[in-house]
Design a protein around this ligand. Structure first.
Ligand code: ADP
Ligand code: MG
Length: 616
Protein backbone atom coordinates (compact mmCIF):
# COMPACT_ATOMS: atom_id res chain seq x y z
CA UNK A 1 0.00 0.00 0.00
CA UNK A 2 1.17 3.51 -0.73
CA UNK A 3 2.41 5.73 2.11
CA UNK A 4 -0.41 7.74 3.56
CA UNK A 5 1.16 9.91 6.25
CA UNK A 6 1.65 13.59 5.38
CA UNK A 7 2.91 16.57 7.31
CA UNK A 8 0.12 19.09 7.83
CA UNK A 9 0.72 22.41 6.11
CA UNK A 10 1.61 25.19 8.56
CA UNK A 11 -1.65 27.07 8.28
CA UNK A 12 -3.62 23.92 9.11
CA UNK A 13 -1.35 23.11 12.04
CA UNK A 14 -1.77 26.71 13.23
CA UNK A 15 -5.53 26.51 12.99
CA UNK A 16 -5.54 23.37 15.07
CA UNK A 17 -3.23 24.91 17.65
CA UNK A 18 -5.45 27.97 17.66
CA UNK A 19 -8.30 25.82 18.91
CA UNK A 20 -6.34 25.31 22.11
CA UNK A 21 -5.11 28.84 22.60
CA UNK A 22 -8.05 30.87 21.37
CA UNK A 23 -11.44 29.82 22.63
CA UNK A 24 -13.09 33.20 22.47
CA UNK A 25 -12.29 36.90 22.08
CA UNK A 26 -11.24 37.05 25.72
CA UNK A 27 -8.42 34.59 25.00
CA UNK A 28 -7.03 37.03 22.43
CA UNK A 29 -7.30 39.82 24.99
CA UNK A 30 -5.34 37.80 27.50
CA UNK A 31 -2.54 36.90 25.08
CA UNK A 32 -2.16 40.42 23.72
CA UNK A 33 -2.20 42.04 27.16
CA UNK A 34 0.38 39.58 28.41
CA UNK A 35 2.64 40.24 25.43
CA UNK A 36 2.41 43.96 26.12
CA UNK A 37 3.41 43.41 29.74
CA UNK A 38 6.28 41.15 28.73
CA UNK A 39 7.41 43.96 26.40
CA UNK A 40 7.82 46.23 29.42
CA UNK A 41 4.94 48.58 28.62
CA UNK A 42 3.97 51.34 31.05
CA UNK A 43 0.72 52.16 29.34
CA UNK A 44 -1.59 49.61 27.75
CA UNK A 45 -4.77 50.39 25.92
CA UNK A 46 -7.38 47.77 25.05
CA UNK A 47 -9.95 48.57 22.38
CA UNK A 48 -12.96 46.33 21.86
CA UNK A 49 -15.73 46.38 19.29
CA UNK A 50 -18.79 44.14 19.42
CA UNK A 51 -17.53 42.15 22.38
CA UNK A 52 -14.31 41.43 20.49
CA UNK A 53 -16.07 39.71 17.61
CA UNK A 54 -15.25 42.62 15.28
CA UNK A 55 -12.11 43.99 16.92
CA UNK A 56 -9.69 43.35 19.74
CA UNK A 57 -6.81 45.80 19.69
CA UNK A 58 -4.01 46.29 22.18
CA UNK A 59 -1.71 49.29 21.97
CA UNK A 60 1.36 49.39 24.18
CA UNK A 61 4.38 51.61 24.67
CA UNK A 62 6.71 48.68 25.27
CA UNK A 63 9.98 47.86 23.61
CA UNK A 64 8.54 47.10 20.16
CA UNK A 65 10.04 44.75 17.57
CA UNK A 66 12.51 44.96 14.76
CA UNK A 67 11.19 44.26 11.26
CA UNK A 68 12.60 40.74 11.28
CA UNK A 69 11.20 40.00 14.72
CA UNK A 70 7.85 41.42 13.73
CA UNK A 71 7.66 38.97 10.87
CA UNK A 72 9.00 36.08 12.94
CA UNK A 73 6.63 36.70 15.83
CA UNK A 74 3.83 35.11 13.79
CA UNK A 75 5.70 31.87 13.26
CA UNK A 76 4.83 28.94 15.44
CA UNK A 77 7.19 28.35 18.37
CA UNK A 78 8.64 31.79 17.74
CA UNK A 79 9.45 33.31 21.10
CA UNK A 80 12.06 35.62 22.53
CA UNK A 81 11.27 34.44 26.03
CA UNK A 82 12.90 31.05 26.40
CA UNK A 83 15.78 29.42 24.62
CA UNK A 84 16.02 26.05 26.28
CA UNK A 85 13.58 23.82 28.10
CA UNK A 86 15.47 24.64 31.31
CA UNK A 87 14.34 28.24 31.00
CA UNK A 88 10.84 27.01 31.71
CA UNK A 89 11.79 26.67 35.35
CA UNK A 90 12.90 30.24 35.81
CA UNK A 91 10.18 32.06 33.96
CA UNK A 92 9.70 35.71 34.65
CA UNK A 93 7.53 36.40 31.63
CA UNK A 94 3.87 35.68 30.98
CA UNK A 95 4.35 34.04 27.63
CA UNK A 96 6.83 31.37 26.68
CA UNK A 97 5.18 29.05 24.20
CA UNK A 98 5.55 31.28 21.18
CA UNK A 99 2.18 30.11 19.98
CA UNK A 100 -0.22 32.92 20.61
CA UNK A 101 0.44 35.23 17.69
CA UNK A 102 0.75 32.34 15.21
CA UNK A 103 -2.55 30.91 16.45
CA UNK A 104 -4.38 34.22 16.39
CA UNK A 105 -3.09 35.05 12.92
CA UNK A 106 -4.38 31.68 11.68
CA UNK A 107 -7.98 32.48 12.51
CA UNK A 108 -8.35 36.23 12.14
CA UNK A 109 -7.28 39.33 10.23
CA UNK A 110 -4.32 40.79 12.09
CA UNK A 111 -2.67 44.18 11.72
CA UNK A 112 0.59 44.74 13.53
CA UNK A 113 2.36 48.07 13.85
CA UNK A 114 5.53 48.15 15.86
CA UNK A 115 8.63 50.27 16.40
CA UNK A 116 11.61 50.09 18.67
CA UNK A 117 12.80 53.19 20.48
CA UNK A 118 16.05 53.56 18.53
CA UNK A 119 14.46 53.12 15.09
CA UNK A 120 13.30 56.00 12.93
CA UNK A 121 10.39 54.14 11.40
CA UNK A 122 8.42 51.07 12.26
CA UNK A 123 6.92 48.04 10.58
CA UNK A 124 3.37 47.35 9.52
CA UNK A 125 2.33 43.79 8.77
CA UNK A 126 -1.10 42.52 7.76
CA UNK A 127 -1.94 38.85 7.95
CA UNK A 128 -5.16 37.05 7.06
CA UNK A 129 -5.49 33.43 8.05
CA UNK A 130 -1.70 32.91 8.37
CA UNK A 131 -1.02 34.56 5.01
CA UNK A 132 0.96 37.79 4.98
CA UNK A 133 -1.00 40.12 2.70
CA UNK A 134 0.97 43.30 3.27
CA UNK A 135 4.19 44.47 4.84
CA UNK A 136 5.46 48.03 4.76
CA UNK A 137 7.42 50.70 6.57
CA UNK A 138 5.25 53.03 8.68
CA UNK A 139 5.56 56.00 10.94
CA UNK A 140 4.34 54.85 14.31
CA UNK A 141 5.18 55.64 17.94
CA UNK A 142 7.48 53.45 20.01
CA UNK A 143 5.75 50.26 21.03
CA UNK A 144 3.34 47.85 19.45
CA UNK A 145 -0.24 47.91 18.30
CA UNK A 146 -1.91 44.66 17.34
CA UNK A 147 -5.44 44.73 15.96
CA UNK A 148 -7.25 41.42 15.66
CA UNK A 149 -10.31 41.67 13.44
CA UNK A 150 -13.04 39.24 12.44
CA UNK A 151 -12.01 36.48 14.77
CA UNK A 152 -12.83 32.96 13.49
CA UNK A 153 -13.66 34.41 10.05
CA UNK A 154 -12.46 31.14 8.49
CA UNK A 155 -13.98 28.79 11.08
CA UNK A 156 -17.71 29.55 10.95
CA UNK A 157 -18.48 26.76 13.40
CA UNK A 158 -16.35 28.43 16.06
CA UNK A 159 -17.78 31.84 15.30
CA UNK A 160 -21.31 30.52 15.68
CA UNK A 161 -20.32 28.93 18.93
CA UNK A 162 -19.55 32.32 20.46
CA UNK A 163 -21.95 33.43 23.14
CA UNK A 164 -23.99 36.61 23.27
CA UNK A 165 -22.13 39.93 23.29
CA UNK A 166 -22.93 40.39 26.96
CA UNK A 167 -21.29 37.10 27.88
CA UNK A 168 -18.25 37.56 25.65
CA UNK A 169 -17.75 41.08 26.96
CA UNK A 170 -17.97 39.79 30.51
CA UNK A 171 -15.16 37.35 29.76
CA UNK A 172 -13.09 40.13 28.24
CA UNK A 173 -13.61 42.39 31.23
CA UNK A 174 -12.68 39.49 33.52
CA UNK A 175 -9.38 39.02 31.71
CA UNK A 176 -8.72 42.74 31.65
CA UNK A 177 -9.40 43.04 35.38
CA UNK A 178 -7.19 40.10 36.23
CA UNK A 179 -4.27 41.48 34.29
CA UNK A 180 -4.83 44.99 35.62
CA UNK A 181 -5.01 43.70 39.20
CA UNK A 182 -1.73 41.86 38.82
CA UNK A 183 0.03 45.02 37.54
CA UNK A 184 -0.93 48.19 39.40
CA UNK A 185 2.37 49.68 38.24
CA UNK A 186 1.08 49.79 34.66
CA UNK A 187 -1.58 52.16 33.37
CA UNK A 188 -4.47 50.38 31.67
CA UNK A 189 -7.49 51.64 29.80
CA UNK A 190 -10.37 49.84 28.13
CA UNK A 191 -12.53 51.27 25.37
CA UNK A 192 -15.66 49.38 24.51
CA UNK A 193 -17.50 50.34 21.32
CA UNK A 194 -15.93 53.76 21.43
CA UNK A 195 -16.49 54.66 25.05
CA UNK A 196 -13.97 54.48 27.86
CA UNK A 197 -15.03 51.83 30.34
CA UNK A 198 -11.91 51.75 32.50
CA UNK A 199 -9.04 54.11 32.99
CA UNK A 200 -6.69 52.81 35.62
CA UNK A 201 -3.75 55.07 36.44
CA UNK A 202 -0.54 53.73 37.93
CA UNK A 203 -1.26 53.29 41.63
CA UNK A 204 -0.72 51.11 44.63
CA UNK A 205 -2.55 47.81 44.93
CA UNK A 206 -5.35 49.05 47.15
CA UNK A 207 -6.09 51.95 44.79
CA UNK A 208 -6.05 49.62 41.81
CA UNK A 209 -8.67 47.40 43.44
CA UNK A 210 -10.77 50.45 44.30
CA UNK A 211 -10.42 51.87 40.79
CA UNK A 212 -11.73 48.63 39.36
CA UNK A 213 -14.43 47.69 41.83
CA UNK A 214 -15.62 51.09 42.97
CA UNK A 215 -14.91 53.57 45.76
CA UNK A 216 -16.93 51.72 48.33
CA UNK A 217 -14.54 48.79 48.08
CA UNK A 218 -11.94 50.71 50.06
CA UNK A 219 -13.60 50.28 53.43
CA UNK A 220 -14.13 46.58 52.82
CA UNK A 221 -10.47 45.64 52.48
CA UNK A 222 -8.35 44.11 55.20
CA UNK A 223 -4.65 43.91 54.40
CA UNK A 224 -2.88 40.57 54.50
CA UNK A 225 0.92 40.50 54.69
CA UNK A 226 3.11 37.55 55.53
CA UNK A 227 6.62 36.70 54.60
CA UNK A 228 8.34 33.39 55.13
CA UNK A 229 11.26 31.69 53.50
CA UNK A 230 9.16 29.88 50.97
CA UNK A 231 6.49 32.39 50.31
CA UNK A 232 5.50 36.02 50.40
CA UNK A 233 1.81 36.78 50.70
CA UNK A 234 0.43 40.25 50.16
CA UNK A 235 -2.92 41.73 49.30
CA UNK A 236 -6.34 42.04 50.83
CA UNK A 237 -9.32 40.05 51.94
CA UNK A 238 -12.83 41.48 52.10
CA UNK A 239 -14.40 41.97 55.51
CA UNK A 240 -16.86 39.20 56.29
CA UNK A 241 -19.91 41.44 56.38
CA UNK A 242 -19.35 42.35 52.75
CA UNK A 243 -19.16 38.75 51.60
CA UNK A 244 -21.02 38.14 48.38
CA UNK A 245 -23.48 35.56 47.24
CA UNK A 246 -21.35 34.94 44.22
CA UNK A 247 -17.71 34.08 43.94
CA UNK A 248 -17.03 37.09 41.73
CA UNK A 249 -14.29 38.87 43.61
CA UNK A 250 -11.81 36.14 44.33
CA UNK A 251 -8.38 36.66 42.90
CA UNK A 252 -5.18 34.73 43.40
CA UNK A 253 -2.02 35.74 41.68
CA UNK A 254 1.12 33.70 41.79
CA UNK A 255 4.15 35.67 40.69
CA UNK A 256 1.78 38.19 39.10
CA UNK A 257 -0.06 35.57 37.13
CA UNK A 258 -3.78 35.00 37.75
CA UNK A 259 -4.45 31.42 38.77
CA UNK A 260 -7.36 29.31 39.88
CA UNK A 261 -6.89 26.90 42.71
CA UNK A 262 -9.77 25.24 44.46
CA UNK A 263 -7.34 24.02 47.09
CA UNK A 264 -5.99 27.44 48.04
CA UNK A 265 -9.48 28.86 47.83
CA UNK A 266 -10.40 26.35 50.47
CA UNK A 267 -7.55 27.56 52.65
CA UNK A 268 -9.05 31.04 52.65
CA UNK A 269 -12.59 29.85 53.13
CA UNK A 270 -11.46 27.93 56.18
CA UNK A 271 -9.76 31.03 57.59
CA UNK A 272 -13.17 32.69 57.40
CA UNK A 273 -14.84 29.77 59.16
CA UNK A 274 -17.69 30.92 61.34
CA UNK A 275 -17.50 34.52 60.14
CA UNK A 276 -19.62 34.30 57.02
CA UNK A 277 -23.34 34.03 56.55
CA UNK A 278 -24.09 30.72 54.92
CA UNK A 279 -24.14 30.84 51.16
CA UNK A 280 -21.83 33.83 50.95
CA UNK A 281 -18.22 33.95 49.82
CA UNK A 282 -15.42 36.16 51.01
CA UNK A 283 -13.69 38.41 48.51
CA UNK A 284 -9.95 38.28 48.24
CA UNK A 285 -7.16 39.79 46.19
CA UNK A 286 -4.01 37.96 47.11
CA UNK A 287 -0.58 37.83 45.59
CA UNK A 288 1.73 34.96 46.33
CA UNK A 289 5.36 35.25 45.48
CA UNK A 290 7.22 31.99 45.28
CA UNK A 291 10.44 30.83 43.72
CA UNK A 292 9.57 30.10 40.06
CA UNK A 293 11.49 26.84 40.45
CA UNK A 294 8.85 25.56 42.86
CA UNK A 295 5.89 25.89 40.54
CA UNK A 296 4.85 24.44 37.23
CA UNK A 297 2.54 26.61 35.22
CA UNK A 298 2.84 24.52 32.15
CA UNK A 299 0.12 22.03 32.85
CA UNK A 300 -2.69 23.91 31.17
CA UNK A 301 -2.68 25.58 27.77
CA UNK A 302 -4.49 28.66 28.96
CA UNK A 303 -2.32 28.73 32.04
CA UNK A 304 -4.72 29.51 34.83
CA UNK A 305 -3.90 26.35 36.68
CA UNK A 306 -0.67 25.81 38.44
CA UNK A 307 1.14 23.04 40.25
CA UNK A 308 3.00 23.78 43.46
CA UNK A 309 5.77 21.60 44.81
CA UNK A 310 4.50 21.89 48.33
CA UNK A 311 0.81 22.63 48.36
CA UNK A 312 0.28 21.62 51.96
CA UNK A 313 2.64 24.19 53.33
CA UNK A 314 1.14 26.85 51.11
CA UNK A 315 -2.30 25.93 52.35
CA UNK A 316 -1.32 26.21 55.98
CA UNK A 317 0.56 29.47 55.50
CA UNK A 318 -2.20 31.07 53.56
CA UNK A 319 -4.84 30.05 56.04
CA UNK A 320 -2.90 31.35 58.99
CA UNK A 321 -1.98 34.60 57.23
CA UNK A 322 -5.62 35.36 56.51
CA UNK A 323 -6.71 34.32 59.99
CA UNK A 324 -4.04 36.48 61.49
CA UNK A 325 -5.19 39.52 59.51
CA UNK A 326 -8.81 39.01 60.41
CA UNK A 327 -7.79 38.74 64.04
CA UNK A 328 -5.41 41.67 63.96
CA UNK A 329 -7.99 43.94 62.45
CA UNK A 330 -10.45 42.98 65.10
CA UNK A 331 -12.67 41.12 62.74
CA UNK A 332 -12.38 37.63 64.11
CA UNK A 333 -12.46 37.17 67.86
CA UNK A 334 -8.92 36.88 69.16
CA UNK A 335 -7.74 35.69 72.53
CA UNK A 336 -5.88 38.78 73.50
CA UNK A 337 -6.70 39.92 77.01
CA UNK A 338 -4.32 42.83 76.91
CA UNK A 339 -6.28 44.59 74.29
CA UNK A 340 -7.78 47.96 74.96
CA UNK A 341 -11.48 47.52 75.56
CA UNK A 342 -12.39 50.53 73.50
CA UNK A 343 -11.35 48.54 70.47
CA UNK A 344 -14.17 46.16 71.13
CA UNK A 345 -16.83 48.11 69.31
CA UNK A 346 -18.33 45.64 66.93
CA UNK A 347 -16.65 46.13 63.60
CA UNK A 348 -19.90 47.01 61.96
CA UNK A 349 -19.93 50.22 63.92
CA UNK A 350 -16.36 50.90 63.05
CA UNK A 351 -17.28 51.06 59.43
CA UNK A 352 -19.52 53.99 60.03
CA UNK A 353 -22.18 52.31 57.98
CA UNK A 354 -25.35 53.95 59.12
CA UNK A 355 -28.15 51.46 59.21
CA UNK A 356 -31.06 52.72 57.22
CA UNK A 357 -34.13 52.76 59.43
CA UNK A 358 -36.49 50.12 58.27
CA UNK A 359 -39.99 50.75 57.16
CA UNK A 360 -41.80 47.66 58.20
CA UNK A 361 -45.11 46.67 56.82
CA UNK A 362 -47.11 45.77 59.86
CA UNK A 363 -47.18 42.04 59.48
CA UNK A 364 -49.76 41.62 62.14
CA UNK A 365 -52.18 44.00 60.56
CA UNK A 366 -55.05 42.14 59.07
CA UNK A 367 -58.25 44.06 58.59
CA UNK A 368 -60.22 40.89 58.07
CA UNK A 369 -59.66 38.25 60.58
CA UNK A 370 -57.89 37.49 63.83
CA UNK A 371 -56.79 33.92 63.19
CA UNK A 372 -55.25 34.69 59.84
CA UNK A 373 -52.41 36.60 61.42
CA UNK A 374 -50.05 33.71 61.21
CA UNK A 375 -50.36 33.88 57.45
CA UNK A 376 -47.96 36.71 57.23
CA UNK A 377 -45.21 35.03 59.14
CA UNK A 378 -43.27 34.05 56.08
CA UNK A 379 -42.12 36.31 53.40
CA UNK A 380 -43.84 34.32 50.72
CA UNK A 381 -47.26 34.70 52.09
CA UNK A 382 -46.76 38.27 53.10
CA UNK A 383 -46.35 39.16 49.47
CA UNK A 384 -49.60 37.72 48.43
CA UNK A 385 -51.54 38.87 51.40
CA UNK A 386 -50.33 42.45 51.26
CA UNK A 387 -50.54 42.62 47.51
CA UNK A 388 -54.05 41.35 47.77
CA UNK A 389 -54.96 43.89 50.40
CA UNK A 390 -53.47 46.76 48.50
CA UNK A 391 -55.56 45.98 45.52
CA UNK A 392 -58.58 45.42 47.66
CA UNK A 393 -58.21 48.80 49.26
CA UNK A 394 -58.51 50.44 45.92
CA UNK A 395 -61.83 49.08 44.88
CA UNK A 396 -63.55 47.81 47.97
CA UNK A 397 -64.96 48.93 51.20
CA UNK A 398 -62.66 47.55 53.87
CA UNK A 399 -65.61 46.54 55.97
CA UNK A 400 -66.80 44.12 53.41
CA UNK A 401 -67.42 41.02 55.42
CA UNK A 402 -67.45 38.67 52.48
CA UNK A 403 -63.77 39.08 51.98
CA UNK A 404 -63.14 37.38 55.26
CA UNK A 405 -64.57 34.08 54.23
CA UNK A 406 -62.99 34.22 50.81
CA UNK A 407 -59.62 35.18 52.03
CA UNK A 408 -57.89 32.10 50.72
CA UNK A 409 -58.91 33.07 47.25
CA UNK A 410 -57.91 36.71 47.23
CA UNK A 411 -57.04 37.61 43.67
CA UNK A 412 -54.37 39.87 42.38
CA UNK A 413 -55.78 42.84 40.70
CA UNK A 414 -56.42 41.97 37.09
CA UNK A 415 -55.14 38.47 37.57
CA UNK A 416 -56.81 35.40 36.25
CA UNK A 417 -58.70 33.44 38.84
CA UNK A 418 -56.49 31.72 41.35
CA UNK A 419 -59.15 29.20 42.23
CA UNK A 420 -57.55 25.81 42.19
CA UNK A 421 -58.48 22.88 40.09
CA UNK A 422 -59.17 21.13 43.33
CA UNK A 423 -61.77 23.56 44.35
CA UNK A 424 -63.39 23.39 40.98
CA UNK A 425 -63.83 19.66 41.04
CA UNK A 426 -63.89 19.41 44.79
CA UNK A 427 -61.29 16.70 44.56
CA UNK A 428 -59.50 17.84 47.64
CA UNK A 429 -60.99 17.50 51.09
CA UNK A 430 -60.92 20.91 52.56
CA UNK A 431 -59.75 20.96 56.11
CA UNK A 432 -56.71 19.01 57.14
CA UNK A 433 -55.68 18.43 53.62
CA UNK A 434 -51.99 19.28 53.60
CA UNK A 435 -48.98 18.05 55.48
CA UNK A 436 -45.39 19.22 55.36
CA UNK A 437 -42.78 16.51 55.12
CA UNK A 438 -39.21 17.16 56.28
CA UNK A 439 -39.68 20.90 55.69
CA UNK A 440 -39.29 20.08 52.05
CA UNK A 441 -42.39 18.55 50.56
CA UNK A 442 -46.04 19.32 50.89
CA UNK A 443 -48.21 16.27 50.78
CA UNK A 444 -51.88 16.49 50.02
CA UNK A 445 -54.66 14.17 48.99
CA UNK A 446 -56.41 14.16 45.66
CA UNK A 447 -59.27 12.08 44.38
CA UNK A 448 -57.03 9.47 42.84
CA UNK A 449 -54.49 9.29 45.64
CA UNK A 450 -51.88 11.72 46.86
CA UNK A 451 -49.75 14.54 45.63
CA UNK A 452 -46.22 15.37 46.76
CA UNK A 453 -45.08 18.90 46.00
CA UNK A 454 -41.56 20.24 46.20
CA UNK A 455 -42.15 23.47 48.14
CA UNK A 456 -39.15 25.37 46.82
CA UNK A 457 -39.70 24.57 43.17
CA UNK A 458 -43.45 25.09 43.40
CA UNK A 459 -43.05 28.48 44.97
CA UNK A 460 -40.49 29.44 42.34
CA UNK A 461 -43.04 28.61 39.67
CA UNK A 462 -45.70 30.74 41.36
CA UNK A 463 -43.42 33.73 41.86
CA UNK A 464 -41.97 33.38 38.38
CA UNK A 465 -45.36 33.61 36.72
CA UNK A 466 -46.30 36.52 38.96
CA UNK A 467 -43.15 38.43 38.06
CA UNK A 468 -43.48 37.70 34.38
CA UNK A 469 -47.00 38.95 34.44
CA UNK A 470 -45.99 42.10 36.23
CA UNK A 471 -43.13 42.77 33.89
CA UNK A 472 -45.04 42.15 30.71
CA UNK A 473 -48.68 42.87 31.44
CA UNK A 474 -49.31 44.81 34.53
CA UNK A 475 -47.05 46.76 36.82
CA UNK A 476 -46.84 45.46 40.35
CA UNK A 477 -47.63 47.43 43.47
CA UNK A 478 -44.64 48.99 45.21
CA UNK A 479 -43.94 49.35 48.86
CA UNK A 480 -42.56 52.85 49.43
CA UNK A 481 -39.52 53.10 51.65
CA UNK A 482 -39.52 55.92 54.14
CA UNK A 483 -35.81 56.45 53.65
CA UNK A 484 -34.15 55.71 50.34
CA UNK A 485 -31.93 52.67 50.30
CA UNK A 486 -28.48 53.32 48.92
CA UNK A 487 -26.65 50.35 47.47
CA UNK A 488 -23.15 50.25 46.09
CA UNK A 489 -22.05 48.30 43.09
CA UNK A 490 -19.26 48.42 40.58
CA UNK A 491 -19.55 50.32 37.35
CA UNK A 492 -20.53 47.31 35.28
CA UNK A 493 -23.00 46.15 37.87
CA UNK A 494 -24.87 49.44 37.85
CA UNK A 495 -24.83 49.28 34.05
CA UNK A 496 -26.66 45.96 34.26
CA UNK A 497 -29.21 47.39 36.66
CA UNK A 498 -29.66 50.39 34.42
CA UNK A 499 -30.41 48.11 31.49
CA UNK A 500 -33.03 46.31 33.50
CA UNK A 501 -34.44 49.41 35.12
CA UNK A 502 -37.76 49.37 33.37
CA UNK A 503 -38.40 45.68 33.95
CA UNK A 504 -37.36 46.00 37.57
CA UNK A 505 -39.73 48.93 37.99
CA UNK A 506 -42.54 46.82 36.66
CA UNK A 507 -41.89 44.29 39.38
CA UNK A 508 -42.25 47.07 41.95
CA UNK A 509 -38.79 48.58 42.38
CA UNK A 510 -38.56 52.36 42.30
CA UNK A 511 -35.15 53.82 41.55
CA UNK A 512 -34.58 57.44 42.43
CA UNK A 513 -31.11 57.47 40.90
CA UNK A 514 -28.60 55.16 39.31
CA UNK A 515 -25.14 56.63 39.06
CA UNK A 516 -21.76 55.07 38.33
CA UNK A 517 -21.48 53.15 41.53
CA UNK A 518 -24.57 53.89 43.51
CA UNK A 519 -28.14 52.83 43.15
CA UNK A 520 -30.76 54.60 45.20
CA UNK A 521 -34.03 52.83 45.75
CA UNK A 522 -37.18 54.41 47.13
CA UNK A 523 -39.61 51.58 46.58
CA UNK A 524 -39.47 47.80 46.48
CA UNK A 525 -41.90 45.08 45.43
CA UNK A 526 -44.25 44.25 48.30
CA UNK A 527 -42.88 40.74 48.31
CA UNK A 528 -39.33 41.89 48.96
CA UNK A 529 -38.14 42.66 52.48
CA UNK A 530 -35.80 45.62 52.52
CA UNK A 531 -33.02 43.56 54.01
CA UNK A 532 -33.07 41.22 51.02
CA UNK A 533 -32.89 43.86 48.33
CA UNK A 534 -29.15 43.88 47.90
CA UNK A 535 -28.96 40.08 47.87
CA UNK A 536 -31.66 39.90 45.22
CA UNK A 537 -29.97 42.46 43.01
CA UNK A 538 -26.59 40.81 43.49
CA UNK A 539 -28.03 37.46 42.54
CA UNK A 540 -29.70 39.02 39.54
CA UNK A 541 -26.48 40.62 38.34
CA UNK A 542 -24.63 37.38 38.71
CA UNK A 543 -27.37 35.49 36.84
CA UNK A 544 -27.24 37.98 34.01
CA UNK A 545 -23.48 37.81 33.86
CA UNK A 546 -23.62 34.06 33.68
CA UNK A 547 -26.54 34.05 31.29
CA UNK A 548 -26.92 30.63 29.72
CA UNK A 549 -26.09 31.86 26.27
CA UNK A 550 -27.54 29.15 24.10
CA UNK A 551 -30.98 29.56 25.50
CA UNK A 552 -33.45 31.73 23.67
CA UNK A 553 -34.75 33.22 26.83
CA UNK A 554 -35.08 36.90 27.04
CA UNK A 555 -33.65 39.08 29.70
CA UNK A 556 -37.17 39.52 31.10
CA UNK A 557 -37.43 35.83 31.61
CA UNK A 558 -34.05 35.76 33.30
CA UNK A 559 -35.10 38.55 35.61
CA UNK A 560 -38.30 36.76 36.61
CA UNK A 561 -36.41 33.52 37.17
CA UNK A 562 -33.71 35.13 39.21
CA UNK A 563 -36.11 36.96 41.49
CA UNK A 564 -38.27 33.89 41.89
CA UNK A 565 -35.21 31.90 42.85
CA UNK A 566 -34.14 34.46 45.43
CA UNK A 567 -37.54 34.86 47.01
CA UNK A 568 -39.00 31.38 46.91
CA UNK A 569 -39.54 29.50 50.15
CA UNK A 570 -36.42 27.50 50.71
CA UNK A 571 -36.11 23.81 51.28
CA UNK A 572 -35.84 23.37 55.03
CA UNK A 573 -38.24 26.16 55.84
CA UNK A 574 -41.29 25.17 57.78
CA UNK A 575 -44.59 26.48 56.51
CA UNK A 576 -47.88 26.98 58.30
CA UNK A 577 -50.82 24.90 57.26
CA UNK A 578 -52.69 27.81 55.68
CA UNK A 579 -49.65 28.72 53.69
CA UNK A 580 -49.28 25.17 52.51
CA UNK A 581 -52.82 25.18 51.24
CA UNK A 582 -52.35 28.51 49.63
CA UNK A 583 -49.19 27.34 47.93
CA UNK A 584 -50.99 24.30 46.52
CA UNK A 585 -53.82 26.46 45.24
CA UNK A 586 -51.52 29.03 43.72
CA UNK A 587 -49.41 26.35 42.08
CA UNK A 588 -52.38 24.86 40.30
CA UNK A 589 -53.53 28.27 39.18
CA UNK A 590 -50.23 28.60 37.31
CA UNK A 591 -50.01 28.20 33.58
CA UNK A 592 -47.39 25.50 33.87
CA UNK A 593 -47.68 24.00 37.33
CA UNK A 594 -45.75 20.84 36.45
CA UNK A 595 -42.31 22.32 36.26
CA UNK A 596 -40.22 24.95 38.00
CA UNK A 597 -38.95 27.90 35.94
CA UNK A 598 -35.79 25.88 35.37
CA UNK A 599 -37.77 22.92 34.15
CA UNK A 600 -37.60 20.75 37.20
CA UNK A 601 -40.54 18.65 38.33
CA UNK A 602 -42.61 20.49 40.92
CA UNK A 603 -44.85 17.64 42.05
CA UNK A 604 -45.51 13.96 41.67
CA UNK A 605 -48.67 11.95 42.20
CA UNK A 606 -49.06 8.60 43.82
CA UNK A 607 -52.36 6.96 42.98
CA UNK A 608 -54.25 4.56 45.18
CA UNK A 609 -53.72 1.94 42.48
CA UNK A 610 -49.99 2.39 42.76
CA UNK A 611 -50.20 2.18 46.52
CA UNK A 612 -52.34 -0.95 46.28
CA UNK A 613 -49.68 -2.59 44.18
CA UNK A 614 -47.11 -1.98 46.88
CA UNK A 615 -49.26 -3.79 49.43
CA UNK A 616 -49.51 -7.00 47.51
P1 ADP B 1 5.24 34.21 23.56
O1 ADP B 1 4.60 35.38 24.25
O2 ADP B 1 4.88 32.91 24.19
O3 ADP B 1 6.70 34.38 23.35
P2 ADP B 1 3.69 35.09 21.31
O4 ADP B 1 3.24 34.38 20.09
O5 ADP B 1 2.68 35.67 22.20
O6 ADP B 1 4.61 34.09 22.10
O7 ADP B 1 4.70 36.22 20.88
C1 ADP B 1 5.83 35.88 20.09
C2 ADP B 1 6.93 36.89 20.28
O8 ADP B 1 6.56 38.12 19.69
C3 ADP B 1 7.24 37.21 21.71
O9 ADP B 1 8.16 36.29 22.26
C4 ADP B 1 7.82 38.63 21.60
O10 ADP B 1 9.20 38.56 21.32
C5 ADP B 1 7.10 39.19 20.40
N1 ADP B 1 6.01 40.07 20.80
C6 ADP B 1 4.70 39.76 20.83
N2 ADP B 1 3.95 40.81 21.24
C7 ADP B 1 4.81 41.82 21.48
C8 ADP B 1 4.65 43.18 21.93
N3 ADP B 1 3.45 43.68 22.23
N4 ADP B 1 5.77 43.93 22.04
C9 ADP B 1 6.98 43.42 21.74
N5 ADP B 1 7.19 42.16 21.32
C10 ADP B 1 6.13 41.36 21.18
MG1 MG C 1 2.58 35.73 24.34
Amino acid sequence: MADIIQLLPDHVANQIAAGEVVQRPASVVKELLENAIDAGANNIKLIIKDAGKTLVQVIDDGKGMSTTDARLSFERHATSKIRTADDLFKLHTKGFRGEALASIAAIAHVELKTKQEQDEVGTNIEIEGSIVVDQEVVVTPKGTSIAVKNLFFNIPARRNFLKSDAVELRHIIDEFQRVALAHPDIQFSLYNNGSETFNLPVSNYRQRIVNIFGNKTNEKLVPVEEETEVLKISGFVGKPEFAKRTRGEQYFFVNNRFIKSAYLNHAIASAFDGLLKSGTHASYFLNLEVDPQTIDINIHPTKTEIKFDDEHTLYALLRSAVKHSLGQFNIAPVLDFERDNTLDTPYKYNQGVVAVPKVEVDKEFNPFQEEKRSFTSTMSYKKEATAGWESLYQGLDTNNDNIESDFGDVNFEGEASTASIFQKDKAIDNGNSTYQLHNKYIVTTIKSGMLVIDQHRAHQRILYEDFLQHITVKKAVSQQLLFPLELHFSNQETAIINNLKEDLENTGFIFSSISDETVEITGVPVSVPESEVSIILEQLISDIENEVPDSHFSITDLLAKSMAKSLAIKTGQSILKEEQEHLVNKLFACKEPNVSPTNRTTFITLTVDELDKKFI
